[in-house]
Ligand binder design. Structure first.
Ligand SMILES: [Zn+2]
Length: 264
């Protein structure tokens, strides 16, 4: 059972944001630290965070990493992180996910990372840069337990549940409206969930196949709303303060970038 759990969003924005960083989070469990997702321009993100955020962080803190899916706003920083840890540290970052996701990540990074080696030549392998650790649907990490489920987004997108013994966190940053997923997340004490502001006819079709409109979220019971923080939101989601959303979001709150959430 954890004595201290901190959730810290380094980014909260959608894939088009200019106002925030792409949604990604840092979590500390009794001092054991991990991240979820890894957007591009990591150095700039940390520089900005350390000016404006409540918690100071840097690239050296990446030791354990979970990935939700292969969209650029979630994995665009993996190549940067690979070089950083390879050339500047001696400890490959542990990368957790199902076997197929780890393979997708290497397929994505391989053309750049494989020939990028130190003097002596030869081709690099995935495990020169990362320590890929396949995990099954349920995995006990000792300090916490993790399970995952695919979401209604692009195929092979994951939502996670983190069980800290005395507190459960649900994390679904990219998902269409999915009652089965909502029921699975509803077992948690706090939920981070995708939110789509604006027209639902977007990105070439009905946005519900990719993201969750506010109107759909408002059909859910108030107790679900009260424990759910919305993320992956548009720059128009609020004007002056994330505590004053630009449209009615019921009992939900917007997840705030650079704010410490003490879960335990
Ligand atoms: Zn996505």
């Amino acid at each position: 059972m954890a004595n201290s759990v901190i959730l810290y969003p380094l980014g909260v924005g959608d894939a088009f944001t200019a106002r925030h960083f792409f949604v990604n989070c840092f979590i500390s469990v009794d001092g054991r630290e991990f991240f979820i997702d890894c957007p591009a321009y990591l150095g700039k993100m940390f520089h900005s965070n350390n000016k404006h955020g409540e918690l100071k962080l840097d690239l050296h803190r990446y030791r354990e990493l979970f990935i939700t899916h292969m969209h650029a706003d979630h994995v665009g920083g993996l190549e940067e992180l690979a070089y950083f840890q390879y050339y500047k540290t001696e400890n490959p970052v542990k990368l957790y996910g199902p076997e197929w996701l780890l393979q997708d990540i290497w397929t994505h990074l391989r053309p750049a990372l494989e020939p990028s080696v130190r003097e002596g030549g030869g081709l690099a392998a995935f495990d020169w840069y990362f320590d890929p650790v396949p995990i099954p649907h349920f995995h006990d990490f000792g300090d916490f337990k993790v399970s995952y489920k695919t979401t209604r987004h692009i195929p092979r997108t994951l939502a996670f549940r983190f069980d800290f013994g005395n507190f459960r966190l649900g994390y679904a940053p990219d998902t269409g409206f999915d009652p089965d997923l909502i029921a699975w997340l509803n077992e948690c004490d706090l939920i981070i969930h995708d939110a789509w502001f604006g027209k639902t006819e977007a990105l070439g079709g009905d946005i519900r196949s990719l993201h969750t409109p506010i109107a759909d979220l408002l059909t859910l019971p108030e107790d679900f709303q009260r424990k759910t923080l919305l993320c992956h939101y548009a720059d128009t989601a609020y004007r002056d303060s994330p505590e004053n959303p630009s449209e009615n979001i019921g009992a939900y709150r917007l997840l705030q970038q650079g704010k410490v959430y003490r879960l335990v």
